[in-house]
Design a protein around this ligand. Structure first.
Ligand code: PGA
Length: 254
């Protein structure tokens, strides 16, 4: 059966990237995509805010999409150091990651705050990638599904449609650790997420669900083939163009 959800491979550069090297990385991804024998999937890079505009310019004319890593809920105002979704859009972004576990942990972001950021993304014309995922303690306590359900209810705003929302399942214990859930665990979690999303939007069957957490060139094929997985949110391995492209290439053709 042909895929109904277009795969999305998103690179989260996190707090990495300086000038020339970062632009070379972005160009490397764009060049690689230009030479690729496939055009049935989306590639997205999310550089730090300082580089969004320059990266957007560097990949202009290619199919590579650009996103931010976070946004403030308000469009402007006295919020020193924060970035509005409108500013990301103005810089050339089409997406923004919201509610990444590092934001939830480092900055105490609650589900309500994440939801407000997702609404801000819509207001600015961006697609939010809403991140959810359980900690190791929650998993070991058998609470994974309850945690995911709570995060979906709390973080995904009403009015979500498949065109306006991406959800990333990122088990906190798998991020940057080299550990991943089994393929069956990923498939089960994604099926559960899609079911819970059904309580928020009638378009849940079409919403793209990404898996994130230690995705690499050599494990991407099996993780991406898991049921209900429509792509990946890639951290460390997105900092090398070749490896990021290898992950994108691992998506099975529809
Ligand atoms: P990782 O990060 O690929 O380095 O584990 C994923 C993420 O945090 O989005």
């Amino acid at each position: 059966m042909a895929r109904t959800r277009r795969p999305l491979i998103a690179g989260n550069w996190k707090m990495n990237g300086l000038g020339a090297d970062a632009l070379a990385l972005a160009k490397g991804v764009a060049d690689g995509l230009g030479k690729a024998a496939w055009n049935d999937r989306d590639l997205l890079v999310c550089p730090p805010a300082t580089l969004v505009m320059a990266v957007a310019q560097a990949v202009r004319g290619s199919a590579v999409l650009v996103g931010g890593q976070d946004c403030h809920a308000k469009p402007s105002g006295a919020h020193t150091g924060d970035i509005a979704a409108e500013m990301l859009r103005d810089s050339g972004a089409a997406f923004v990651i919201v509610g990444h576990s590092e934001r939830r942990t480092d900055h105490g972001e609650t589900d309500a705050a994440v939801r407000a950021k997702a609404e801000a993304a819509w207001r600015a014309g961006l697609v939010p990638i809403v991140c959810i995922g359980e900690t190791l303690a929650e998993r070991e306590a058998g609470r994974t599904f309850a945690v995911l359900a709570g995060q979906i209810k709390g973080s995904v705003p009403a009015g979500a449609t498949a065109a306006k929302l991406v959800v990333a399942y990122e088990p906190v214990w798998a991020i940057g650790t080299g550990k991943t859930p089994t393929v069956a665990e990923v498939a089960n979690a994604h099926a559960h997420i899609r079911k819970e999303l059904g309580g928020v939007t009638a378009e849940a069957p079409q919403v793209r669900l990404l898996y994130g957490g230690s995705v690499k060139g050599d494990n991407a094929a099996e993780l991406l083939a898991a049921g209900d997985v429509d792509g990946a949110l890639v951290g460390g391995a997105s900092l090398k163009a070749d490896e990021f492209l290898a992950i994108a290439k691992a998506v099975q053709r529809g």
